[in-house]
Design a binder for this molecule. Structure first.
Ligand code: PEP
Length: 245
């Protein structure tokens, strides 16, 4: 695997137009660090504006509907997001799985819908604190991933995000991250074969900051980071991009 690290900011439900200045500052910094692939997933309302004003980084969405069109009030099809300027979609984030009862089957269908219009996909998986404490986290997350994976690996990345680490300032031991990423790699190889399964980047997500990014990125099989809170400002996000460069 000779890919660049992939560092993606998930702005969640944060960011008005005033925040575009932060995105522009992140974009300028990323252009000076071409060894890293950088992207932001802002709220839908900022996708077009980011697409127009940023040159060096990818812009994506945080969710899509699995259907191409139809009677789904308030939802957006992957093709609409693409036309609006997004070139990838995050699917299966734990907040959507929890807040919108998204199942593995729905996550798989969303990933395939995005691939169907040639968008990248970042598919999120991760265990709860109780699942971690049970000692079964690797097997639980491996099953979640296997059931959520799209039928092909086209433009696919996976993000391992322990739910208990999201927004809490807590991060797993690097040894636990290594074990999980190794297990998830096995699932990918089993599904897509040696070559394609090895190409899928597995990002780590959960309280990544400038201070811990280098250590987490150095873990074997960690191909980048999915970053929430620290991605909202250039001051928070650029040090993570620098750590990946
Ligand atoms: C996330 O929700 O994807 C995330 C990783 O959040 P944070 O970096 O704030 O923990």
């Amino acid at each position: 695997m000779s890919q660049r690290y992939y560092i993606v900011g998930n702005w969640k439900m944060n960011g008005m137009r005033a925040a575009l200045s932060e995105a522009r500052a992140i974009d300028r910094a990323a252009q000076r660090l071409p060894k890293v692939e950088v992207a932001l997933a802002p709220p839908v309302t900022l996708i077009a504006a980011m697409r127009e004003s940023l040159n060096g980084i990818g812009v994506g969405a945080q969710n899509c509907h699995h259907a191409e069109k139809g009677a789904h009030t308030g939802d957006l099809a992957a093709s609409m997001l693409r036309e609006g300027g997004a070139d990838f979609v995050i699917v299966g984030h734990s907040e959507r799985r929890a807040d919108h009862n998204e199942t593995n089957e729905m996550v798989k269908a969303k990933a395939e819908a995005a691939q169907g219009v040639d968008m990248g996909v970042i598919l999120c998986v991760g265990e709860s604190e109780a699942e971690r404490d049970s000692g079964e986290a690797e097997e639980i997350v491996a099953r979640q991933l296997a059931a959520s994976l799209p039928d092909n690996a086209q433009r696919l990345s996976v993000a391992y995000e322990p739910i208990w680490a999201i927004g809490t300032g807590r991060v797993p031991q690097t040894g636990d991250v290594a074990k999980m990423h190794r297990r998830l790699r096995e699932v990918l190889v089993e599904k897509y074969g040696d070559e394609e399964g090895a190409e899928v980047r597995i990002l780590y997500g959960g309280s990544v900051k400038g201070e811990n990014a280098a250590e987490l990125l150095a873990v074997p099989e960690v191909g980048g980071a999915l970053v929430g809170g620290a991605s909202l400002t250039a001051d928070g996000f650029v040090p993570i991009v620098v750590a990946a460069s």
